[in-house]
Design a protein around this ligand. Structure first.
Ligand code: SAM
Length: 135
């Protein structure tokens, strides 16, 4: 299992995902923090904007890198709807289909209107059930 929770900017996270996939075993998992930002303030590019209503909570643009990974058909992914959204990526386990939501410019408003489909949001109970299916 590889945990990604470093710099919360999409371009770095995309690098982290691709590097992780290089080393991940077929039955391994990438787990990512901060994939489901609750507001646009949490999803800002700038951590140091302390007057933000999100205060010191910062998910950054992690969600964009996760959604880009969710568009791929060679890996499967879901986002456990807990904490700030815990993304899980697998090479082998099928969590569901890749996202078909069209959001070519990665607009937060489009994410906000289509969270379930875009992120493949699942509860922790659903996630445990999927993990134990077809072992
Ligand atoms: C949100 S914190 C989370 C740290 C840890 N996962 C935890 O839960 O305590 C992010 C950490 O990643 C570090 N970081 C920032 N940019 C990084 C990068 N490009 N690669 C790896 N780590 C980075 C930061 O210094 C910070 O310590």
């Amino acid at each position: 299992m590889i945990f990604i929770d470093g710099l919360h900017l999409a371009n770095q996270i995309e690098i982290d995902i691709n590097n992780s996939l290089e080393f991940l075993k077929d039955d391994g998992y990438i787990v990512m923090h901060d994939c489901n930002p609750s507001t646009e303030w949490h999803a800002g590019e700038t951590y140091s904007y302390k007057l933000s209503p999100a205060k010191d909570k910062w998910n950054g643009t992690t969600w964009k890198a996760f959604v880009k990974a969710r568009q791929r058909s060679d890996i499967s992914s879901c986002c456990v709807d807990t904490d700030w959204g815990v993304g899980v990526i697998s090479k082998k386990k099928i969590f569901g289909e890749s996202t078909k939501v069209k959001n070519p410019y990665f607009e937060f408003s489009v994410l906000n209107e289509n969270r379930e489909d875009t992120l493949n949001l699942v509860t922790f109970e659903e996630f445990k059930r999927i993990l134990h299916e077809n072992k």
